[in-house]
Design a protein around this ligand. Structure first.
Ligand SMILES: Cc1cc2nc3c(=O)[nH]c(=O)nc-3n(C[C@H](O)[C@H](O)[C@H](O)COP(=O)(O)OP(=O)(O)OC[C@H]3O[C@@H](n4cnc5c(N)ncnc54)[C@H](O)[C@@H]3O)c2cc1C
Length: 400
């Protein structure tokens, strides 16, 4: 008998889950409140598929920086808050800042990232959707001896799983990409990785919908807000705000930061907090980099996405407002300029955007079936685009 699933959320996680289920023969209905796909956090992220940069957010160095982060002046801000969920989340995050948890969490994310790379390769071979998918070497900037020590430890942890990364000194930057001679002079070395990719998450979601519909018979229901999920003994149904009801064997919730709104009435919840970030685009210059750049000190990435330069970054934990804060975008622009002044034409920035990363204390997602008929795939934080395809596969395997 054909099994059926309603997938809530047409961001990268919902689209990847719908694809993985449809491929296994499930009858899929994909629902989103917006009239287009990827109107949430998947809209204009950093566009990097960083299969080897999977370091967990919680680490001893994050813990050491906590007083500065709580002061809230830099590119990372921790908003004070007293809701029990938020306090529980912070306590759990603090418990994940030990060296052993950092190692464990980083490796768990790395395994999922490597599964994601394989699943993305298979999808592209089968369907070739257009989403500016391209190979791009990646660098992460190192400023100090302490940065270098942490980088060496992280490279060693991940090399066991087959990630090939190396440290390149400043004298070798021009060989990686001539544009890097323009980098902030305080950068002494970089972590260099060849195996990474870039791709536009919004285009991926948009262009996967017709494939899901025509090749797999999926129903795409955009502009449909889910008000409630209900379970019966034999099926699960969703009630839409327009009064319509849809029924299936399973409901798969991929609602990002909004997931708890639908879970709470069922007596369920996930430890997910919003970590707000921002992005903008600009035209390239002759000095624009081809490689993807990560500046962890300024908490930003610079990506050459099909000829446009996208800058994304900053991390405001506990800020759940989707509003675009102009001062934060301006600060992101200034930070990017001091990192790599020639990255693009900063006088013509556009497509300013803000999004909420659905973040868990362990930095890895929740892929679970908390009760019959209900499955969850969320909490992908800063790496949801990278982890989407593998997460879809794991979710589908769980339901199979
Ligand atoms: C600034 C920034 C830069 C980033 N850069 C990168 C990067 O370079 N690489 C990387 O791997 N990741 C990156 N990320 C993270 C990545 O974008 C997210 O992890 C990912 O987009 C999360 O996808 P999602 O599908 O879970 O959530 P979303 O994209 O938010 O999708 C959830 C969907 O659920 C729908 N929904 C929710 N509730 C309902 C309801 N009741 N009824 C109907 N629909 C509902 C929403 O409308 C939404 O479309 C970045 C994030 C940010 C903010």
């Amino acid at each position: 008998m054909t099994r059926s699933a309603i997938v809530i959320g047409a961001g990268v996680i919902g689209v990847a889950s719908a694809y993985a289920l449809a491929q296994r023969g499930w009858k899929v209905i994909l629902v989103d409140r917006h009239k287009q796909a990827a109107m949430g956090t998947s809209h204009a992220n950093g566009a990097q598929l960083s299969y080897c940069f999977t370091d967990a957010l919680g680490s001893p160095s994050t813990m050491a920086a906590l007083p500065r982060l709580l002061a809230g002046r830099g590119c990372v801000r921790i908003r004070p808050g007293f809701s029990p969920d938020y306090l529980r989340w912070l306590a759990s995050f603090a418990r994940n800042c030990t060296a052993s948890r950092f190692r464990e969490n980083t490796l768990a994310v790395l395994n999922l990232a490597l599964e994601s790379r394989a699943a993305m390769d298979a999808l592209c071979q089968r369907h070739s959707p257009d989403f500016s998918h391209a190979k791009a070497d990646k660098i992460q900037l190192l400023y100090s001896d302490a940065d270098r020590e942490r980088a060496e430890a992280s490279i060693a942890i991940k090399s066991e799983s087959g990630c090939e990364q190396s440290i390149v000194e400043r004298a070798g930057f021009a060989q990686i990409d001539p544009a890097l001679s323009d980098l902030d002079e305080a950068v002494s070395a970089v972590i260099f990785t060849r195996s990474e990719m870039v791709g536009d998450a919004r285009l991926f979601c948009e262009n996967m919908l017709p494939i899901l519909a025509s090749e797999y018979g999926a129903t795409i229901s955009l502009g449909c807000e889910v008000q409630r999920i209900e379970t019966t003994r034999t099926s699960t149904r969703i009630l839409l705000t327009d009064g319509d009801m849809l029924e299936a064997d399973h409901v798969v919730l991929c609602g990002g930061c909004d997931s708890n709104r639908l879970l709470r009435p069922l007596g369920l919840s996930v430890p997910v907090q919003p970590m707000k970030g921002y992005s903008f685009e600009m035209p390239p210059t002759e000095a624009s980099p081809k490689v993807s750049v990560t500046d962890a000190k300024r908490r930003l990435v610079i990506t050459n996405l099909g000829g446009r330069i996208r800058v994304a970054g900053f991390a405001d934990l506990g800020n759940a407002s989707p509003k675009l804060e102009a001062d934060r975008v301006e600060a992101l622009k200034n930070a990017a300029m001091s990192c790599l002044p020639g990255a693009g034409d900063y006088s013509q920035t556009e497509r300013h955007w803000a999004g909420l990363r659905p973040t868990t204390p362990r930095s890895h997602p929740i892929i679970s079936r908390p009760r019959p008929g209900i499955a969850i795939n969320t909490g992908h934080g800063a790496l949801g685009w990278t982890l989407a395809m593998g997460s879809g596969e794991r979710l589908a395997a769980l339901l199979d």
